[in-house]
Design a protein. Structure first.
Length: 75
């Protein structure tokens, strides 16, 4: 059993990562427009990390319990 066994990459996950990346990068640029504390690479890395963690969280909260395998369906 893997740590992220429930996590599968599909179009929804890619869109979530890109959307969160864009929003967080824009917010970071608004807060630090002169790039004094973070470079562009640092901002992109933080944005990607936030996007990836958000997609893992989305995958986890949208899991459905498999009732057919847990219950005795035929009795």
């Amino acid at each position: 059993m893997a740590l992220l066994d429930f996590y599968t990459v599909d179009l929804t996950i890619i869109l979530i990562i890109l959307l969160i990346m864009g929003i967080s990068f824009a917010i970071i640029n608004h807060v630090d427009p002169e790039e004094e504390t973070l470079g562009t690479f640092g901002k992109a890395l933080i944005s990607f990390t936030l996007g990836f963690l958000s997609s893992v969280f989305y995958s986890y909260i949208t899991l459905e319990s498999d009732t057919l395998l847990k219950e005795n369906f035929w009795d």
